[in-house]
Design a protein around this ligand. Structure first.
Ligand SMILES: Cc1cc2nc3c(=O)[nH]c(=O)nc-3n(C[C@H](O)[C@H](O)[C@H](O)COP(=O)(O)OP(=O)(O)OC[C@H]3O[C@@H](n4cnc5c(N)ncnc54)[C@H](O)[C@@H]3O)c2cc1C
Length: 402
């Protein structure tokens, strides 16, 4: 096939790019996919700890709400391919899926089966895939420039993903391409990333997980109710779903502020531990609600001997400990950075992209899909579904437009 014979060049072989290529090719277009890494779909392979949480079955309204104010932009893509249609798509490719809560995984339990199915379909449809070839410019007259020269095409789909996990293909390359085409880039910051904290005591607890804590960002403008989820102490700070899911917003604040206060309730359902305690040590009495190691650390913060019996503690001491359990303040100073960021918060500004087609409002024939756009969701299959749904919509709209 001659280079000039491509209708569409897709930049990026992640879930958004491969899905876009399949949708466009099924509608009769001749498609080339360019991938700068030596292998395709590396992030998809690593996703969900290798299990690939590929979508989420929450109703669309709730799905969009978890992406914040920007979420509504996704509506046309979700209508074109929501979680049911995506599951049917994979079922037809020989990858049945199963639901755990609202999270959907391949029944095989393997991300490899998802990537293999996409690549097999690409081969069947004659999608050409070139690896180790980076798009370095998007010439105004169309097509894509690489180290091999300009590859002409009628349309380009930029599905270059975010900046996180460089070893899996994360880079700012796509932002540069979009920026040079006139698009504004909302400052990318790490999201779904562990946080660094100022306090030393939590670092002694590295490896300890605390289920279902409440996290509130102690700054104006953040909901007083906070969010719930599991927390994990790390050698450098804190992680776990409740932290990862808020880390993009916290990273954004940390661009302008040196620190961000986090108010943590380690036991939102804390009962009357004093009454239940009696002759037990404080650390033991708190065991139904928090891990013993955390209870000991919190006792020490309040100047209480963790081995002292509850009945020997005065009201001031037990009040102080209750306060420490339910309103601990930790100070975020940064994050573990893009190399540990599963998602990027920020990216190509949505205002210059048509949500109905995902075409650029500035450069006709240029389309976008996936995480490269300024949309990021929490853990739970949200980001992969956005990548698949937007890739599908873009592929369809490109074939309708050509
Ligand atoms: C460890 C890990 C686990 C994750 N787990 C989950 C999960 O279980 N569920 C979930 O929903 N999300 C998960 N995510 C997030 C999810 O993987 C991403 O949001 C998703 O892969 C984004 O898809 P994409 O196609 O937009 O971009 P990507 O998957 O990042 O693909 C973009 C591709 O474009 C290539 N590229 C970039 N620039 C160029 C260029 N100039 N020329 C050529 N190629 C280029 C990159 O090398 C890359 O291969 C996880 C992420 C990580 C890192």
């Amino acid at each position: 096939m001659k280079r000039s014979s491509f209708d569409l060049i897709v930049v990026g072989s992640g879930p958004a790019g491969l899905m876009g290529a399949i949708a466009a090719t099924r509608s009769g277009l001749r498609v080339l996919v360019l991938e700068r890494m030596p292998k395709t779909g590396l992030k998809l392979l690593a996703s969900g700890g290798g299990r690939c949480n590929l979508c989420n079955t929450l109703p669309h309204e709730e799905f969009m709400a978890v992406f914040g104010r920007q979420g509504r932009f996704m509506q046309p893509a979700l209508r074109a391919m929501g979680s049911s249609k995506l599951r049917e798509f994979f079922q037809a490719l020989g990858v049945p899926t199963q639901e755990e809560g609202h999270k959907v995984f391949p029944a095989s339990g393997s991300a490899e089966s998802v990537l293999d199915a996409l690549l097999k379909e690409c081969r069947k449809l004659n999608v050409e895939i070139r690896t180790s070839l980076e798009a370095v410019a998007l010439p105004k007259e169309g097509g894509v420039k690489t180290a091999e020269g300009v590859m002409p095409s009628k349309a380009v789909l930029l599905a270059t993903g975010g900046k996180g996990y460089a070893a899996l293909g994360g880079s700012a390359s796509g932002y540069g391409l979009a920026h040079r085409a006139g698009h504004k880039i909302v400052d990318p910051v790490p999201a779904d990333v562990p946080l660094l904290i100022e306090e030393r005591w939590p670092k002694e607890l590295a490896g300890i997980a605390v289920p279902n804590v409440n996290l509130r960002i102690g700054l104006k403008g953040f909901p007083k109710a906070g969010t719930f989820g599991d927390l994990l102490f790390t050698h450098q700070g804190i992680s776990g779903p409740v932290i990862l899911n808020s880390s993009g917003l916290i990273s954004e604040k940390l661009q302008r502020l040196e620190t961000v206060p986090l108010v943590i309730d380690f036991a939102p359902d804390l009962g009357n531990w004093r009454k239940a305690g009696g002759n037990k040590s404080a650390a033991n009495a708190l065991r139904p609600w928090i891990p013993a190691a955390l209870a000991k650390a919190l006792c020490q913060l309040c100047g209480i001997n963790p081995d002292a019996t509850v009945s020997s503690l005065g009201a001031k001491q037990t009040d102080a400990l209750t306060e420490q359990i339910t309103r601990s303040t930790l100070t975020a100073t940064g994050s573990e950075g893009f190399n540990k960021a599963m998602v990027t918060h920020g990216g190509i500004d949505l205002k210059d992209v048509d949500p109905n087609t995902l075409e650029s409002k500035l450069q006709p024939g240029l389309y976008f899909a996936g995480e490269a756009l300024n949309l990021d969701g929490p853990c739970g299959g949200f980001n992969l579904q956005w990548a698949f749904s937007s890739g599908h919509l873009a592929g369809q709209c490109i074939s309708e437009a050509l």
